[in-house]
Design a protein around this ligand. Sequence first.
Ligand code: SF4
Length: 383
Amino acid sequence: MALEIITVNKVRERFKPAGKGVWAHVPDSDWHSWIWQQQQRVKNMAQLEKVIKVTDDERVAYEKSNEMFNMGITPYYATLMDPDDATCPVRQQSVPSTKELNILPEDLEDPLAEERDMPVPGVTHRYPDRVLFYTTHNCPVYCRHCTRKRKVSDPGSAAQLTQLDNGLKYIEATKTIRDVIISGGDPLSLSDDRLEWILSRLRACDHIETIRLGSRNLVTLPFRITDNFINMIRKYHPIHINTHFNHPKECTQEAYDTATRLADAGCTLGNQAVLLKGINDKPEIFKELVHKLMLMRIRPYYIYQCDLSQGISHFRTPVEKGIEIIEALRGHTSGLCIPQYVVDAPGGGGKIPVNPNYIVKHEGKKWVLRNFRKQEFTYFEPN
Ligand code: SF4
């Protein structure tokens, strides 16, 4: 037992605490309160100027974009921003840029056609056995690269109790549904009571096997995972939590502790990163990220090619970049660390895996394959 504690603490020491930055005077009781963090979010220029040296571009971008897509940054996440460097990966994900105002002809308001496949408001039902259930439009941090900018951050369009109830009634009545992804916004913006109401209704359905929670709170507000939340979630297992770390800088000791508590509570944890130009579009950054995630017991699950949502074209990389990253991971690190690179097809085509090509030649029962060192090997299928 003593050995186990020493080992765990050794791993924890590899993660740097975020600290409180300009909020050093705030008592721990407030700092560690997710409600306080939500209430104290950086939402305007005056607040932002206390945390970073705001550039002219950021100022103009805020003025022109805030009505369409709010700025909102938890104090915790804001402390991770470099005050002097506008290219900081955390800052680029949370502070507006004038590049967001550039809407390209190929940009789409709803690139994944999520609104089209809604049998009832707030439930996307495209595949027979799975649904996406939108429960809120609030998030602790409004990510500048969000694919659901059309509705996230807009409290006016958020699901009210009646809509949630109708969504649950649809899921309860549709026996082909096996897997429910509770999404938003960030569902962990809801209270524990509201979440429990949703989870208990879903677990009461014999046809529901898989319940997934999609949440970025592990990254942007790790204090959301309270004892109360842990005790509540334990009652509804199996619960799978998919989160969204994009850069090793986000892997703090606070995030490590939160992931540890969720894993200890029996949740499986996966990460869905988005490939973002100027933020994580380098193989060495991704390698460091996936290694840190594995130490946090979070399995790298997907790397998404950045969607065709409006106002995020400056984050998009060529598809070759994603292939290059997978090529740099496969064989060069444990297979467990390697996420699947996917393009979520515009128009609702679903996730399409894109991989480096390891097939050199295929003739009848003969396959010539190459490995990560580009050495060729021949495999014969049996007659
Ligand atoms: S947490 Fe997710 S839903 Fe919320 S703004 Fe970020 S990417 Fe969008």
